[in-house]
Design a protein around this ligand. Structure first.
Ligand SMILES: C[S@@+](CC[C@H](N)C(=O)[O-])C[C@H]1O[C@@H](n2cnc3c(N)ncnc32)[C@H](O)[C@@H]1O
Length: 276
């Protein structure tokens, strides 16, 4: 299928998902320990005053795991291209020191060598020019400091594994609209970091298991709540959802159940040697 850039453009901007984002996006329950690991690996010591950049901060799901934000990181700057995502973030953090900037990941409005840590969480897979975005972070981060990239995948594993998602993927293939990444597939990232940027990457891959109400999942399908739902024209998407419902009804007997889902995440801890 052709990825028409004009069609895609409207989906890079999360304005259309902002109102439903927090209700429809889960984050793995192991995220708290991931955050601890990030701060451990960043090597910050008491008294350090690190400056942190989050690219594609969205509604602030990552910092919701940092209740001691002010003590831990006196200067946390989040950038995002979506006004509406930032508006929601602003409401949540109106009395905090969090700095939010409307900016494009490809043109970060910062001088070089400013940051002590940078995070890109669930962002690179929707950035078509993800390599340029990573190069831009490299420009803004200090020598030998951490960039942490967290994403799902590789390949179709960006969706949790369970009968509803497996069938959805099968139906997309049947209708000629296989799932694709707007940006990076995880499988491409380590090679890019090592071979093109000549940087080090340490990789953690993990899985998690969640139970999710099938009714809730079906509402998300019906409302085209996920970026990948919008890759398919609405009339075809509706047909897929109808067939999906019929399949799930045959499989489970009713739709009032909880489905066990297996999720997968990847973390890349990247260090640039800026003299390279
Ligand atoms: C899937 S959300 C992830 C938000 C948050 N990091 C999280 O894990 O919940 C991706 C975010 O990237 C932002 N984004 C997309 N393209 C961008 C760009 N070119 N520059 C900056 N942010 C962008 C979207 O607006 C959205 O808020």
């Amino acid at each position: 299928m052709d990825k028409n850039i004009n069609d895609l453009k409207k989906y890079f901007n999360f304005d259309i998902f902002a109102d439903i984002y927090d209700k429809t996006r889960e984050i793995s329950n192991s995220f708290q320990s991931i955050i601890s690991l990030i701060f451990k690996k960043s090597g910050f010591k008491k008294g350090d005053r690190p400056i942190v950049l989050e690219v594609g901060i969205g509604t602030g799901m990552v910092i919701s795991y940092l209740p001691n934000l002010r003590n831990l990181v006196p200067k946390y700057i989040g950038i995002d291209i979506s006004k509406k995502m930032l508006k929601i973030l602003q409401k949540k953090y109106k009395n905090s020191d969090l700095e939010m900037i409307l900016a494009d990941a490809y043109y970060l409005p910062f001088k070089k060598d400013k940051f002590d840590l940078s995070l890109m969480v669930r962002a690179v897979h929707i950035l078509p020019r993800w390599k340029d975005a990573i190069r831009e972070v490299k420009r803004c981060i200090k020598d030998n400091r951490l960039l942490v990239i967290i994403t799902g995948g590789p390949g179709k594993k960006i969706l949790n594994k369970c009968p509803s998602n497996d069938k959805y993927l099968e139906l997309r293939e049947k209708y000629g609209y296989p799932l694709f990444y707007y940006g990076a597939d995880w499988a491409e990232i380590p090679e890019f970091i090592k071979n093109e940027l000549n940087a080090q990457i340490e990789i953690f891959e993990g899985t998690y298991s969640v139970k999710k109400s099938l009714k809730k999942s079906l509402i998300e399908f019906e409302d085209q709540s996920m970026t990948w739902h919008t890759q398919v024209p609405k009339n075809i998407h509706d047909k897929i959802v109808q067939e999906l419902k019929e399949f799930l009804l045959r499989l489970y007997g009713n739709l009032d159940i909880e489905e066990q889902q297996l999720g997968c995440f990847n973390i890349g801890f990247i260090k640039f040697n800026k003299s390279n």
